[in-house]
Each structure stands twice: as C-alpha cells, then as structure tokens.
Write a protein that binds this ligand. Structure first.
Ligand code: ZN
Length: 246
C-alpha cells in the first residue's frame, strides 16, 4: 500500500480559484451573481457558505469524501473487482430547464431499469464547456466507481443511455482498478475540484481533447446554473453496507 500523500488542491489554490470567480461575478450585471460573489467573500471558518461555486467548500467536501470512501473501497476491492467508469451525456445542458438534481435522477432511472440500482457505486457529476464541430455547449458527465464481477451487462445498460455520436466514439469509458494507488486516483477524480473547458478535435481519425480554464463568461453561465447547489449535490452513492462495506 502506498503511503504517498494524495495530491489534492491546496487551500491557497482553492482561494485563488475563488478570487477569479468573484472577479468574474462582480464584472457582470446580474444581481444573482453579485450575491454569489458576496457569499464566496464572506465564507469563513465556522461560517462556511457550503456552495458548489465556492472552491474552498468544494475542497472541504472532497477531503471528507475521500476520507470516508477510500477505506470502504479499499476493503471492497479485495473482495470484488472495482471499475472506474466515465459516462458522457451527449445532450447539451439547457440551463433554463435542466438541473443537477434531475440529471442524477435520470441516471438512477437508467440504472434501475436494468436492475443496477443496488450495485456498490460511488461517484459524482462533472460539467465541462465543450467545443467541438463548431458547436459549444455545457456537457454533463458522470465519473464513478462500481464493484461488479462482470462489467459487460452494466456497460450494455449504460450504452443505451449514454449513446455515441459523430463526436464521441466512446461515451462510456471503463477501466479496471488494479491497485490501491489506482483506486485513490480514480476516487479523487470522481468529484472534480473545478470545471473546465474542453476542446475536442479529430486528427488522423483519432479524437483528442485539450483542456483550458473556463473563460469569465463561461464561468458566469455555469455557476449561475449551479448557484443553488452544494458540493454534496454532485455526489451519487449507493448503499453498500450489504456488501463488505463494514
Ligand atoms: Zn464556501
């Protein structure tokens, strides 16, 4: 077992990310964004704002999440194979209609339809601003860990909801986790520390992705959409107490 500390964002990185967001929110005409900037500025020890837009509160949530789930999954991986799965939804987010809560409900429905609602699973939602084929939109993804002996039926189930199109050849991407170090890295990845812009392009018949920070405008639109959400809202979890969780 590796004792190397897990690399997660530092408090000063989180503060820096908040400063950038506060500046971007303040530069807008939107009152809601100004209120969000106030809350981020007033976030203090003992009086946390608990907003998803706040990188400090998100970091605190991520630290607790890792502390709570890493031991559970470390036990689980000794009993049953653990897979990391990332699933990309091809339908652009409509910020006027969609919500983070509805996306999670839809995902649970997808799993339930094929009887996968009781499998050990933990993970979260990630948002990115995708640029591809001349279009740009907010895209929602799931990144999660599951423990199953045979992942094929689960993959079949997921592919029915996370379908492929001309831009993405593998909307559902699985990876078996072989070591404790794999497990830590994957779990850390399931709840993102920040959202980013992804530029996808095709070169020599292969898809590539470049990653960039969100522009102020993109950040404003995304955090306005998520303004009432908490870091906890990103998480999806199944009760695994029935299966080696203790
Ligand atoms: Zn906060």
């Amino acid at each position: 077992m590796s004792s190397e500390p897990l690399k997660i964002e530092t408090l000063s990185e989180a503060k820096y990310r908040n400063d950038i967001k506060i500046q971007a929110f303040r530069a807008s005409e939107c009152k809601k964004l100004h209120r969000l900037a106030d809350k981020l500025e007033q976030c203090r020890k003992g009086k946390r704002c608990r907003l998803l837009a706040c990188s400090i509160c998100l970091r605190r949530f991520r630290l607790n999440y890792l502390k709570e789930h890493l031991p559970v999954w470390t036990k689980l991986i000794k009993q049953c194979p653990v897979h990391y799965i990332s699933a990309i939804n091809r339908v652009p987010v409509d910020v006027n209609v969609d919500t983070l809560g509805d996306f999670k409900k839809w995902f649970e429905q997808c799993l339930k339809q094929y009887g996968f609602d009781k499998i050990p699973l933990v993970g979260g939602v990630d948002y990115s601003w995708n640029y591809e084929n001349g279009r740009n939109y907010i895209c929602q993804h799931f990144h999660f860990l599951v423990s199953v002996y045979d992942r094929k039926p689960l993959m079949e189930c997921l592919k029915k909801s996370f379908f492929r199109d001309s831009t993405v050849s593998r909307p559902v991407y699985p990876k078996i986790l072989k070591s404790y170090s794999d497990l830590r890295k994957a779990l850390n990845y399931t709840i993102p520390a920040y959202f980013e812009k992804r530029y996808r392009y095709l070169a020599k018949k292969r898809h590539y992705t470049k990653h960039y920070p969100l522009s102020d405008k993109q950040g404003r639109e995304l955090y306005l959409f998520l303004s009432s959400n908490t870091p906890q809202d990103l998480m999806i979890i199944h009760d695994i107490s029935q299966k080696g969780g203790d």
